[in-house]
Ligand binder design. Structure first.
Ligand SMILES: NC(=O)c1ccc[n+]([C@@H]2O[C@H](COP(=O)([O-])OP(=O)(O)OC[C@H]3O[C@@H](n4cnc5c(N)ncnc54)[C@H](OP(=O)(O)O)[C@@H]3O)[C@@H](O)[C@H]2O)c1
Length: 354
C-alpha cells in the first residue's frame, strides 16, 4: 500500500486549473501529499509527475471512478469551477462515500444547495464546507467577529477590494452569472435585486473607494454564521465594468444565451496572476453591523492577495479536517472554526474602527 492510500489524505479535484495548481504547490510546500485529480489526463499527469504525487483521471459523471478515488481519501478539496456546474456530483459522491467535502466556490446557489443537504450530511457524519477560499473565509470571519462585538445586530454590511488580476475560472464564473442580477439578504431571505443595485463609499482605512453591491457568497453564508437577517455585500468595480454590469440589467437575457456565453467564455485567457503579481497583491475588507437601537460596530481587515489567501485558508481547513477537527452537516468556515481562523494566515491584520 502506498503512502497516499493510507488514512489522512485528501483529493484535489481540478488540480490542473490555475487555483488547483497553486493549492497543489502550497500543499507540497507544507509536506502534504494530496492525490491530484481532474478530467484532463495530460494536464493532471504532468502536474502530478512534477510534484511526485499520485493522480486519478475522471470526469464528474464517471461515478465509479469518482467513488473509487474518494475511497482512497478522507476528504476532497474541490477546485474545479464554476461550481454551479461541478459541485453537485462531487457533493453527492461525498455523501455516498462518507467523505468530507470542501470547495472554493463563491456562488450563492452552491452554498444554498449544500445548506439544503445539512440533514443528509449529518446522517452520513460528513462535513460539507463550501467556500474555503478568499470567498468566504476572511469575510465570514469578519461577519462573526462583528456579530460577537454586537450581539443584537440586525444589519450587516460587508465590503472587499483588491484591484489585482483575476484568474480564468473566476472570470468564467462571473461571466456565467452576470445575467442573473444581484442578491441581498432581507429579513432572513435571499432577495433578488438588480445588478449593481446600490453604491456606497467604503473607508478601507488606507483607501476609500466607491463600492457596489454584488451577489457575493456571504449573502448566503454570513446569515448561517451570524443569523443577522439583513446582509449586503459590496465590492469595487472599475468604471467600465460597472457600466457593463448596469447594462446587464437590460441585456442579461442576451448574455445568458448559450451561443453568446460560448463565444464570450472562449475569449477568456487561461491562467491568472503570476507569482510576482500576487506577491504585490493586497486585499482590503471592511464590515459594519448595526441594530435597531442605533448601535453600530465597524471593523477592517487586510490580507495578502486573494489567490494566496484561497490556497492557504483552504489548506489550513484541510489540515484541521484531517486532524479530526470536524463538525458534521453543512458548515461555514467561521461557524466551525471561529472568527480568528483567518488570523492563522500570515500577513492578515484586523482592526476595530468603532
Ligand atoms: N473562493 C475564492 O476566493 C476563489 C479563488 C479562486 C478561484 N475560485 C473559483 O474556483 C474556480 C476555479 O478557478 P480557476 O481560475 O482555478 O479556474 P481554471 O484555471 O479555469 O481551472 C478550472 C479547473 O476546473 C476544471 N473544470 C471546469 N469545469 C469542469 C467540469 N465541468 N468538470 C470537471 N472539471 C472541470 C478544469 O478542468 P479542464 O482543464 O479539464 O477544463 C480546471 O481543472 C472558479 O469557479 C473560481 O471562481 C474561487
Amino acid at each position: 500500500m502506498s503512502e497516499n492510500e493510507t488514512k489522512g489524505n485528501f483529493l484535489i479535484y481540478g488540480a490542473n486549473g490555475y487555483t488547483g495548481e497553486l493549492v497543489t504547490r502550497h500543499a507540497v510546500e507544507r509536506g502534504m501529499k494530496p492525490i491530484l485529480a481532474g478530467r484532463n489526463a495530460i494536464a493532471v499527469e504532468t502536474l502530478a509527475k512534477k510534484h511526485h504525487l499520485e493522480y486519478r483521471v475522471f470526469s464528474l459523471d464517471e461515478m465509479d471512478r469518482l467513488d473509487a478515488a474518494l475511497q482512497e481519501v478522507d476528504m476532497v478539496l474541490h477546485c474545479a469551477g464554476p461550481f454551479s456546474l461541478t459541485s453537485r456530483p462531487m457533493v453527492e459522491a461525498c455523501l455516498r462515500n462518507k467523505k468530507h467535502y470542501t470547495d472554493i466556490t463563491g456562488e450563492v446557489t452552491v452554498f444554498e444547495a449544500c445548506a439544503a443537504l445539512d440533514g443528509k450530511a449529518q446522517e452520513a457524519g460528513v462535513m460539507l464546507m463550501p467556500g474555503v477560499g478568499f470567498d468566504v473565509v476572511p469575510s465570514d470571519c469578519l461577519a462573526v467577529h462583528l456579530k460577537n462585538r454586537l450581539s443584537t445586530a440586525t444589519r450587516l454590511t460587508l465590503a472587499f477590494y483588491g484591484g489585482g488580476k483575476i484568474s480564468h475560472g473566476t472570470q468564467a464564473t462571473i461571466l456565467m452569472n452576470i445575467g442573473r442580477g444581484g442578491a441581498v439578504r432581507r429579513d432572513g431571505k435571499i432577495t433578488r435585486v438588480p445588478a449593481a443595485w446600490k453604491t456606497q463609499e467604503i473607508d478601507f482605512g488606507e483607501i476609500t473607494k466607491k463600492g457596489v453591491t454584488i451577489p457575493w457568497g456571504d449573502v448566503a453564508t454570513a446569515y448561517r454564521s451570524t443569523e443577522i437577517p439583513n446582509i449586503e455585500v459590496f465590492t469595487v468595480i472599475p468604471p467600465n465594468n460597472l457600466r457593463l454590469l448596469k447594462a446587464s440589467r437590460y441585456l442579461g437575457w442576451l448574455l445568458a444565451t448559450k451561443p453568446l456565453q460560448d463565444y464570450l467564455q472562449k475569449q477568456i485567457p487561461p491562467g491568472g496572476p503570476s507569482d510576482a503579481e500576487r506577491a504585490k497583491g493586497k486585499m482590503y475588507l471592511w464590515g459594519e453591523a448595526s441594530d435597531r437601537n442605533g448601535n453600530h460596530v465597524e471593523s477592517r481587515m487586510i490580507t495578502p492577495d486573494g489567490y494566496d489567501v484561497t490556497a492557504n485558508a483552504a489548506l489550513n481547513i484541510v489540515q484541521k479536517i484531517l486532524d479530526g477537527n470536524v463538525k458534521s452537516g453543512y458548515q461555514t468556515p467561521a461557524k466551525a472554526y471561529g472568527p480568528d481562523l483567518i488570523l492563522e494566515l500570515e500577513g492578515v491584520s484586523r482592526e476595530d474602527v468603532v
